[in-house]
Write a protein that binds this ligand. Structure first.
Ligand code: SAH
Ligand code: AVI
Length: 338
């Protein structure tokens, strides 16, 4: 059994010790598959790194900083919707198992939990799921201080490959906030929704946040902030790849590039080479050449239309769904029932 069940001890000062539970499923992933995924992306004509490699501890901190920027509207608007959500939709909360995919920091689930009375909170089990272990530990620690939930179990897993390993007990509400679904290609979004459909049972539900198509200037500003936090977040992916795949990128050789692609309704983030560079690989033999001006594509961030939401729900096999949105229609929260 390669799965690591961890009881992590957290100490405050000298003697206050708390134990939290985290399950780490990443050791189940084939390390060869990870290397292949990274190297095939780097060897192609249009070089590519999956956005899941943004999120080491440093990248997660930078993302949290992005969410606090005035220019980065998606977090602010989604939080506005989440703050009053339970008045708008009917969810049977008793004995619910909440599974939050790509949970990141706990501020969004906190807004939901704040709306639930204590007598129900202590019947609820919460499972944050994220690829970043540091975020999971932080989140479980913070939430266990703030809410009298029945249990909180952190899960470190890759939602692209490991949905089948998620808790299967009772009635579940899957949450997928932040418009993280927008970081998939449409083909991958279809696969993801179909995989989700396979693991969900009748009575389970999904709460999924999606950033909507809007004025291009507003979108582009959100990914080109004036303090350069998004640039630092983008460049940090090279440090993560160096640690994961044994490459020797120097982030000073690249610059951040983010623009809206109107054909695909998505922001594309790239790293553009400032000079000709040659990257060595772990095996010590191969190298990857990147010419000045060439880019590495690091992220797509799709912006959705109501037709696309309908399509995603159809792929997920949902019988009924409700769309809640803010006053300007910038962001949608879809509540879909299996
Ligand atoms: N839900 C939070 C965080 C969004 S950022 C919010 O709305 O603000 C995207 C989150 O998904 C990060 O915390 C990142 O670590 C996680 N993530 C990215 N790719 C992942 C993958 N393949 N499997 C699991 N988690 C992933
Ligand atoms: C997590 N994800 C939905 C964010 C987005 O907006 O695509 C990641 C991000 N990239 C740059 N800024 C934020």
């Amino acid at each position: 059994m390669r799965q690591e069940f961890l009881k992590i001890q957290i100490t405050y000062g000298n003697d206050m010790i708390k134990e939290i539970t985290v399950r780490n499923y990443l050791p189940y992933m084939d390390p060869g598959q990870t290397d292949d995924e990274i190297l095939s992306g780097l060897k192609g004509k249009q070089k590519y790194i999956s956005p899941k490699y943004f999120y080491d501890a440093v990248g997660s901190e930078l993302f949290e900083e992005i969410t606090r920027l005035e220019e980065y509207y998606p977090t602010r608007v989604e939080k506005e919707i989440l703050s009053g959500l339970l008045d708008m939709i009917r969810i049977n909360l008793r004995n619910l198992n909440i599974v939050e995919l790509g949970s990141g920091d706990p501020s969004k689930i906190t807004l939901l939990l704040n709306q639930i009375p204590e007598r129900l909170l202590n019947t609820i089990n919460y499972f944050p799921v994220d690829i970043c272990e540091a975020e999971i530990i932080k989140s479980v620690d913070i939430l266990s201080e703030s809410f009298p939930l029945q249990t909180i179990t952190g899960i470190v897993a890759d939602f692209n490959y490991q949905l089948h390993l998620l808790p299967q007990q009772g009635t579940r509400m899957f949450c997928f906030f932040g418009s993280t679904i927008g970081n998939f290609t449409m083909k991958d979004a279809e696969n993801f929704m179909r995989q989700l459909a396979k693991i969900m049972n009748p009575g389970d539900c999904l709460l999924i946040g999606m950033d909507m198509v809007k004025d291009i200037d507003i979108i582009e500003r959100a990914y080109n902030d004036s303090r350069g936090i998004t640039a630092a977040f983008n460049l940090n992916i090279l440090n993560v790849i160096n640690k994961t795949a044994g490459t020797d990128f120097d982030s000073r050789d690249f610059e951040h590039l983010a623009f809206f692609n109107p054909q695909r309704n998505c922001i594309e983030m790239h790293l553009k080479a400032l000079r000709d560079v040659e990257i060595s690989l772990k095996n010590g033999f191969d190298t990857i050449k990147i010419s000045k001006g060439q880019t590495i594509h690091t992220e797509n961030s799709h912006k959705f239309s109501y037709d696309q939401i309908k399509q995603l729900c159809a792929w997920g096999g949902f019988s009924r769904y409700t769309i809640c949105h803010d006053r300007k229609g910038w962001f949608s929260m879809v509540y879909a029932l299996k």
